[in-house]
Design a protein around this ligand. Structure first.
Ligand code: FE2
Ligand code: FE2
Length: 370
C-alpha cells in the first residue's frame, strides 16, 4: 500500500484504477502464495435507483483485469443477504457450514453473477452506505479475518476517494474564482468576452509544443487569463478612448502590469499569474515595460503569453484597426510590421508558434466573440 499511496494524485484519482492497482499488489506479492487469495473481487457501487453496479476484478496471468459495470447487484436477492443496503455490514459464508443447500446458497447472488463466475462456495463481503466489496474464494474457508481485511481495504480506498472529491471541489472553486477575477478586470476593457480564454489556450498550446512539463502546462492554462488583471485600476475612459493616448495616459495604462502583480500578491499558486501580469509587456530585446527586462530575465510564462496576447490583439477588431486574418497576424509576428518586431519575442517561443501556427487560427475561430 505504501507504493500506491506514493503515486496517489488526488486530482487524477480513479476508483477502479486504484482498486486494480491495490489488488494487483496484493495478488503479485510473493508472500501471498502462502495465503489463499480471492479468485474474484466484485466492487459494487450504489446507484441512484438503489441497486449496486458491480465491477469485476480477477487475476489473468500477472495482471488484474477489470470488467467495469459488469453486473447489477440487487441487495434484496437471496437470503442471507450478502450485502445490506444502507448499513454497514461485514459478512462471510461457506456453503459447507452455512446450513443451506448448495442451491439455496447460490441464490445469495444474482444469477448474472453466477453466469459469469460460476458457483460460489466461499465468499466474504463488506458493505458500507454506498459501496460493497465481495471477495470470492475457490477452496479457502473464509472467516472473520477475510471479511475484516476487505473492510480495511474498502475504508482505505473510500478515504482516498473522499479526499480526492474534496480536493477536486476546492480546485474547481479556485479556478472559478480566478476566472471571476479575470472577468472583473476586463469588464471595462474593449478586450471583451473570450480574449482571456483564448490566451489561456494559446499559452497552454505553446507550453506543450515547447515540451514543458504537464504541471507547467496546467498552471499556465489558468494563469494566462489574469495577464491584464491590473486594468481594473485603469480608468474606463482611458481603456476605451478611441483616439491615441496622451503620454500621461500611456503611463497610466502601462501601470496595469505593476498593479496586476500587486493584486495577485504572493500566494504560491498565483506565482505564475503574477509573473505573467508583471512581465507580459516586456520584450526579448529589452524594449518593453515596466522593467525593460530582456532575454531569459523575463519569466518563461510571460514570454509565452506575450506571443498569444499579441497574436490575439492582431486578430481582434479595435476602434483604431480592423481585424486581421490569421495569415496577416502570422506574417506580422514572424516578419514584423514596423510596430511589432520578431525581436520582441523569445526566438524559441516564436519557433514553437511557427510549428503549430494554424492551431492558433483554430482556437481563434472556435472561441470567437459573438
Ligand atoms: Fe497587458
Ligand atoms: Fe490581453
Amino acid at each position: 500500500m505504501d507504493e500506491s499511496l506514493h503515486t496517489f494524485n488526488s486530482l487524477q484519482f480513479d476508483l477502479f484504477d486504484y482498486y486494480r492497482t491495490l489488488l494487483q499488489d496484493i495478488l503479485r506479492n510473493p508472500d501471498s502464495r502462502h495465503y489463499d487469495q480471492p479468485v474474484y473481487v466484485l466492487l459494487g457501487l450504489l446507484q441512484e435507483d438503489q441497486s449496486f453496479r458491480g465491477t469485476l476484478f480477477f487475476k489473468h496471468g500477472n495482471e488484474v483485469v477489470v470488467e467495469k459495470n459488469r453486473f447489477r447487484i440487487q441487495p434484496s436477492a437471496g437470503s442471507p443477504r450478502a450485502i445490506q443496503l444502507g448499513q454497514e455490514q461485514v459478512f462471510w459464508a461457506n456453503q459447507e457450514t452455512s446450513g443451506l443447500s448448495e442451491e439455496d446458497f447460490q441464490r445469495i447472488f444474482h444469477p448474472d453473477v453466477q453466469a459469469r463466475i460460476g458457483p460460489i462456495r466461499h465468499f466474504a463481503t463488506y458493505t458500507s452506505t454506498d459501496v460493497a466489496l465481495i471477495a470470492v474464494y475457490d477452496h479457502h474457508t473464509v472467516d472473520a479475518l477475510d471479511a475484516q481485511l476487505l473492510k480495511n481495504l474498502t475504508v482505505y480506498v473510500q478515504s482516498l476517494k473522499l479526499l480526492s472529491d474534496q480536493v477536486r471541489e476546492t480546485e474547481d472553486a479556485f479556478l472559478y474564482t480566478i476566472k471571476a477575477l479575470a472577468r472583473a478586470a476586463e469588464a471595462n476593457d474593449e478586450d471583451t468576452g473570450n480574449h482571456i480564454l483564448r490566451v489561456n489556450e494559446y499559452a497552454r498550446l505553446l507550453a506543450e509544443t515547447l515540451g514543458l512539463d504537464p504541471a507547467f502546462c496546467h498552471t499556465i492554462h489558468y494563469s494566462a487569463q489574469m495577464h491584464d488583471v491590473g486594468k481594473i485600476h485603469v480608468h474606463p475612459d482611458i481603456l476605451r478612448k478611441p483616439g491615441p493616448l496622451t503620454p500621461t495616459e500611456i503611463q497610466l495604462m502601462k501601470l496595469h502590469t505593476e498593479t496586476g502583480a500587486r493584486i495577485l500578491g504572493d500566494e504560491p499558486r498565483l506565482q505564475m499569474a503574477r509573473e505573467i501580469a508583471y512581465a507580459h509587456h516586456e520584450k526579448f530585446d529589452g524594449s518593453g515595460y515596466p522593467r525593460k527586462l530582456s532575454g531569459d530575465a523575463i519569466p518563461l510564462a510571460a514570454r509565452i503569453v506575450a506571443v498569444g496576447d499579441v497574436y490575439d490583439a492582431l486578430r481582434q477588431k479595435r476602434v483604431y484597426k480592423p481585424s486581421l486574418s490569421h495569415e496577416e497576424a502570422h506574417a506580422i509576428l514572424t516578419r514584423g510590421d514596423g510596430r511589432v518586431d520578431p525581436a520582441h519575442f523569445d526566438p524559441e517561443v516564436l519557433r514553437a508558434f511557427q510549428s503549430i501556427h494554424t492551431r492558433f487560427d483554430d482556437i481563434y475561430e472556435q472561441m470567437k466573440d459573438q
